[in-house]
Write a protein that binds this ligand. Structure first.
Ligand code: NAD
Length: 300
């Protein structure tokens, strides 16, 4: 492998180290620790595992994380009501409220997400936070997008004037990342192209990228012939594929055909151990920010 490995796990560890100090300072001033409430609906194994890693990362930096488990049969009304009750701090101060996605098919996800008040929306999905980001005055930035930008900055990957191609246009990853990379300042000032399922000539567009981000959810989508020599390749995808040799008969891979691409790219993030841990670290940072904003408004 010739590419530099972008070790998200190590970077997340360094971010946690500095957050731990900031959390301690907040807790001294506020007389309580920051608190994150995660709503977990149903029994999906992947969601349960993400929530578990969020809660243990929170504990490592001194943030209290409470997981509210709800049966998969809960309907939209019940979930909207639950989020409302959390927002009224009926179960203790909820600085950050996060609804783990995906929700069961019968639930109106948008209505549930819209019930999370903008100033506690640590996932950054509320229209007010999306609007602030698009106006270049970010408050809560979606965690994965923030993590990718942080990874590029930390690795010293130049973004100013460079062509960043993002594959995927979701509200959670692709769109906010495009806004971040195109915004003014450190980790920004890039020329950004967003590709998606209807894009023609995907390979040719990707080959123009100095920075190529794959956020699709299709293993092996990005092959070595789609990568410009020396480009930074960030793999956001998380896919579980069958592998008889792996423990449990399956393993996680990203959207990038890792080994061949690592021979062409200048830098590459692995899956697992790349963007995933940074997403969690950014969630912790957003939770601290939510607690600080609340304290600043005179609320305990
Ligand atoms: P999504 O399903 O909302 O969006 C996928 C996007 O890919 C869509 O915009 C679609 O147009 C595009 N797409 C689909 N097929 C395509 C193709 N053949 N060519 C080009 N574009 C195509 O997904 P999402 O929520 O944005 O997540 C994307 C991936 O990132 C998933 O694998 C998800 O598990 C992963 N993810 C990882 C993290 C993390 O922390 N690492 C966080 C969020 C999502």
């Amino acid at each position: 492998m010739t590419a530099k490995l972008l070790d998200g796990k190590a970077l997340a560890g360094r971010i946690e180290d500095s957050l731990r100090d900031e959390v301690a300072t907040f807790s001294r001033m506020a007389g309580r620790v920051p608190r994150l409430v995660v709503v977990l609906v149903g029994e999906m194994a992947a969601s349960a595992s993400y929530v578990k890693s969020k809660a243990s990362a929170a504990a490592r930096v001194g943030i209290e994380a409470e997981v509210v488990r709800v049966p998969a049969t809960a309907d939209t009304e019940a979930l909207v009501e639950l989020v409302g009750a959390l927002a009224r701090d009926e179960q203790g101060p909820a600085d950050g409220i996060l609804v783990q996605l995906p929700l069961p098919g019968h639930v109106d996800t948008q209505r549930v997400l819209d019930a999370v008040p903008a100033d506690r929306d640590v996932d950054g999905f509320h229209p007010e936070n999306a609007g602030l980001l698009s106006q270049g005055r970010p408050r809560f930035v979606p965690c994965t997008a923030a993590g990718v930008q942080r990874m590029l900055i930390d690795a010293g990957v130049e973004t100013a004037g460079k062509h960043a191609v993002i594959i995927g246009r979701s509200d959670i990853v692709g769109k906010p990342l495009a806004l971040l990379l195109a915004s003014r300042g450190t980790g920004g000032d890039a020329t950004v192209t967003i590709c998606h399922s209807r894009s023609e000539n995907l390979a040719a567009i990707c080959r123009q990228a100095d920075i190529l981000v794959a956020a699709v959810g299709k293993p092996g989508l990005v092959t070595a012939d789609m990568v410009k020599p020396g480009a930074a390749v960030i793999d956001v995808g998380i896919n579980r594929i069958a592998d008889a040799a792996a423990k449990g008969g399956s393993r996680l891979v990203g959207d990038v055909d890792f080994a061949p691409v690592a021979e062409v790219a200048g830098a590459i993030s692995p899956v697992p151990g790349g963007v995933g841990p940074l997403t969690v670290a950014m969630l912790l940072a957003n939770t601290l920010l939510a607690a600080e904003l609340r304290l600043g408004q005179g609320q305990r």
